[in-house]
Design a protein around this ligand. Structure first.
Ligand SMILES: Nc1ncnc2c1ncn2[C@@H]1O[C@H](COP(=O)(O)OP(=O)(O)OP(=O)(O)O)[C@@H](O)[C@H]1O
Ligand SMILES: [Mg+2]
Length: 383
């Protein structure tokens, strides 16, 4: 049977009454003739339409300048990201929904247009609120972390206090008597060597106990006007010998306008010495031929930003997470008590300072300490 091919004839656009007064902006577009009709809501919102209105990009185009042809009016589906000139000649963002109208072979499309200015503004506000909520949540998480750290320190502190006290008495006796014996003429060279070992080991223990005590001391030690530069320079001088032995260079840079801070200089020195010591150990562990520690201090608004950077072994995520935990150490037995950073943390907390870490295994570590500056403009630190 022969199939007769029908040539499609364009029918005139028939506009049903209901479309005229629809309280939403609607157009009908007949592709074959290019004929466009808009209802009164459309025209009162976006101005009159003509067959040429959407031929040029300037009236209806993508925000990102994708050229738009009339052909978009026959793309069935929902389209976002277009702007359309409204009746006040202002380009407003619109959402367009296009459906087939009538018989498919007529290629007529119903184009619904919605001004989404307010919707987008609302969306923006919701996103903004979400970001702020997220920020507040992060802040709360950090506060919780800090609180947890503080309570851990407090309970461990009580325990360490008792142990330190009990151990210190007999240890002082061992140290005193062994030092006496060490000086005795009657000892054989070998006994003298053993005695020296005992004295050294006892001194090491005394050092650990001293750390315990510093850790637990509910220090009400006076804070005073302190120059960061003096503290750091003294700490570097005190560490110099052990750094030289390990081939490590220290570079310091201080901004010329550094204001004073409120600190207990002895405690603050302890923080810096421990951190320099940690960098030294990390460099040694990495086996770096030429170790480098850089310390910089800059004035930033109401704070001083202190950075301590090394090219040591760096830290993995687990170490970074636990670094402030009392007794956490990755060093071999006898080398570290794991108290250095937790003591430093409580000292810095007392100074209202903040500390953050950036570290990568094999690359090195950078600590940033942000210290509030003194309100007064007083010059001349008391050290
Ligand atoms: N600059 C650094 N580079 C790499 N790892 C570091 C650095 N500073 C600290 N750490 C890691 O954090 C751990 C804890 O440091 P912390 O100073 O508290 O204790 P410690 O140095 O091991 O012992 P202590 O200071 O009591 O002698 C270290 O054992 C080390 O693993
Ligand atoms: Mg340490």
């Amino acid at each position: 049977m022969a199939v007769k091919k029908l040539k499609l004839q364009s029918q005139p656009l028939l506009i049903p009454d209901g479309l005229h007064d629809l309280p939403t902006a609607v157009m009908l577009y007949q592709k074959s003739t290019g004929e466009i009709w808009a209802n009164s809501y459309f025209e009162s919102s976006f101005g009159p339409v003509s067959p040429t209105r959407f031929e040029v990009q300037k009236n209806l185009h993508l925000i990102h300048e994708r050229p738009l042809q009339n052909s978009v009016l026959s793309l069935i589906g929902r389209h976002e990201g277009y702007v359309l000139q409204n009746n006040k000649n202002v380009k407003v963002p619109v959402s367009i929904k296009i459906t087939q109208y009538g018989e498919a072979n007529q290629e007529t499309f119903l184009v619904m247009v919605e001004d989404v200015t307010e919707k987008l503004a609302l969306e923006k506000e919701v996103i903004q609120n979400h970001i702020e909520l997220q920020k507040a949540f992060e802040q709360q998480k950090n506060t919780q972390k800090a609180l947890l750290q503080t309570s851990k320190l407090a309970s461990l502190g009580e325990m360490a206090s008792g142990i330190a006290h009990e151990l210190n008495q007999p240890l002082q006796a061992i140290l005193g008597f062994s030092q006496e014996l060490d000086h005795s003429e009657k000892l054989s060279p070998q006994s003298k060597q053993f005695m020296e070992e005992i004295v050294n080991a006892s001194r090491h223990m005394a050092g650990i106990i001293k750390n315990f005590r510093l850790f637990v001391r509910n220090s009400n030690e006076e804070l005073s006007e302190t120059s960061i530069q003096h503290v750091i320079e003294e700490s570097v001088t005190l560490s110099k010998h052990s750094l030289m032995q390990k081939n490590i260079d220290v570079f310091t840079h201080f901004a010329s306008d550094l204001p004073l801070i409120e600190a207990n200089p002895t405690e603050f020195k302890q923080v810096i010495i421990n951190m320099i010591g940690n960098s030294r150990d990390a460099i040694e562990q990495a086996g770096t031929a030429r170790g480098k520690i850089e310390i910089t201090a800059e004035h930033k608004k109401n704070t001083i930003e202190l950075k301590i950077r090394d090219n040591g072994c760096g830290m993995d995520e687990n170490t970074r997470q636990k670094i402030f935990d009392p007794f956490f150490t990755t060093k071999e037995v006898g080398k570290g008590t794991g108290l250095g950073m937790s003591i430093s943390y409580s000292i810095l907390k007392k100074m209202n300072a903040e500390i953050s870490i950036q570290s990568e295994v094999g690359k090195g570590t950078e600590f940033t300490i942000t210290l509030p500056i003194l309100n007064s403009n007083a010059k001349g630190a008391k050290l």
